[in-house]
Design a protein around this ligand. Structure first.
Ligand SMILES: Cc1cc2nc3c(=O)[nH]c(=O)nc-3n(C[C@H](O)[C@H](O)[C@H](O)COP(=O)(O)OP(=O)(O)OC[C@H]3O[C@@H](n4cnc5c(N)ncnc54)[C@H](O)[C@@H]3O)c2cc1C
Length: 375
């Protein structure tokens, strides 16, 4: 009988949970460590549900067929006055970050998901890897999966370069509970993926399930994303300083925008956007902001340690594939490891995943530059 192999996963979001789940399915003794101590909430909002990710979740009974998704069957591009400039048939499937997270968490053994553990150091020695946590404790395993997202500190220990590169624009985002939406606001988005393209700005909106994946009318949420050019670094710094005066590097979470920043957002919405979108933006209870940046690593495998998901490649959200990429990285990792020797299996896995990551980042840059003037 072969001995059970052990893995530590650093980061308990999409990449961490998909890889943890897939490794567990393949018989690994796996533990996921997430630095956040409380519930991981409001991390993201709506996401396009890529078929590969949904298929995996259905095949592994994480969700049942059609669960946690909403659909649209047409796209509409609006004029500034709110009339429809063009429309066409287009099928899209959406879900939400929290619904995917909660279902994955529910399917992964609770005693193997540890919160409040920040990985601060990594050391490899021949046949194993030792991880040090912020509280000074250490754990040893055969494999370390680094799924720490775009700002991963462990990546910085493994690779001096690269660092995330700001793309010159931000995404304002928000959610409105269908129940709380005023008047006929939701109607414009029923079965419809709605866009407005202004000069150097793009806003889009669609309905997503509730936080537990609820899809019935009244329980869904309206999700919007507004891309906005912010080239001036001082202005960026101002936007990223929250209501407590804390300056963030990449995003200000829901509910923490400064009042003057929310006020400016509302003013700009009223000045720039068609009526239905300005209503959406100005009635969103907790808008938030994320900077858009690009990140590509030259290497994902380091003997017994690997980087995956956003810790390795951050593709602009226009690709709508960051979550699916994190899922595919994790699922393919477990498949590639099989019963093979770890370091060579990681090298083989790296070859295909590097290519997939590079392709997606380039696609995101191309798409972003077609909407937003990079200069
Ligand atoms: C505006 C916008 C729209 C988007 N839209 C979509 C979309 O439609 N579809 C889509 O698929 N994707 C979308 N994305 C991208 C998607 O959110 C990410 O690709 C995805 O969340 C990456 O998952 P991850 O697990 O790799 O990283 P993250 O979700 O960033 O998670 C990393 C986790 O690691 C933890 N962590 C970090 N450091 C440590 C440490 N040292 N020790 C322990 N834990 C640690 C963090 O707390 C965090 O929970 C969008 C992104 C943006 C900004």
């Amino acid at each position: 009988m072969t001995e059970q192999r052990s893995a530590i996963v650093s980061g308990g979001s999409m990449g961490g949970l998909f890889s943890g789940f897939a490794l567990y399915q393949h018989g690994w003794d796996v533990n996921v460590f997430e630095q956040t101590a409380g519930e991981l909430k409001s991390r993201g909002a709506g996401i396009v549900a890529q078929p590969s990710m949904l298929r995996y979740m259905e095949e592994h009974d994480i969700i049942s067929d059609g669960e946690i998704t909403t659909e649209t069957n047409r796209r509409e591009y609006l004029n500034r006055d709110g009339s429809v400039e063009r429309k066409f048939a287009d099928s899209m499937t959406f879900t939400s970050w929290d619904a995917v997270y909660r279902h994955l968490r529910g399917a992964f053994p609770d005693d193997r998901y540890r919160m409040g553990y920040e990985v601060v150091g990594v050391e490899q020695h021949g046949e194993s890897v030792t991880v040090e946590f912020a509280d000074g404790t250490e754990k040893r395993a055969d494999l370390l999966v680094v799924a720490e997202g775009g700002q991963s500190d462990t990546r910085k220990q493994l690779l001096a370069e690269p660092s995330p590169e700001y793309a010159g624009y931000v995404a304002w985002r928000g959610l409105i509970d269908e129940e709380a939406a005023s008047g006929n606001l939701i109607e414009a988005f029923e079965n419809t993926f709605v866009f407005y393209e202004g000069e150097n700005e793009l806003i889009l909106g669609y309905l997503i399930p509730g936080p537990d994946g609820e899809t019935s009318r009244g329980n869904r949420r309206l999700n919007w994303v507004w891309y906005d050019n912010v080239r001036d670094r001082d202005r960026l710094k101002e936007l990223l300083t929250d209501s407590r005066g804390i300056e963030h590097e990449f995003s200000v979470p829901p509910g923490e925008l400064r009042e003057d920043v929310s006020g400016q957002l509302h003013e700009k919405a009223n000045a720039d956007l068609p009526d239905c979108f300005s209503k959406v933006v100005t009635t969103t209870p907790k808008p938030f902001v994320q900077t858009i940046y690009d990140l590509s690593v030259p290497k994902m495998a380091f003997d017994r340690v690997c980087l995956l998901g956003d810790a390795a490649f951050v593709a602009r959200p226009h690709t709508a594939a960051g979550t699916a990429k994190a899922a595919e990285d994790g699922i393919s990792l477990a498949d590639a490891l099989g019963n093979d020797e770890i370091t060579s299996a990681l090298e083989n896995w790296e070859e295909t995943r590097l290519e997939a990551g590079e392709r997606l980042v380039s696609e995101g840059i191309r798409m972003g530059e077609s909407y937003m003037d990079p200069n």
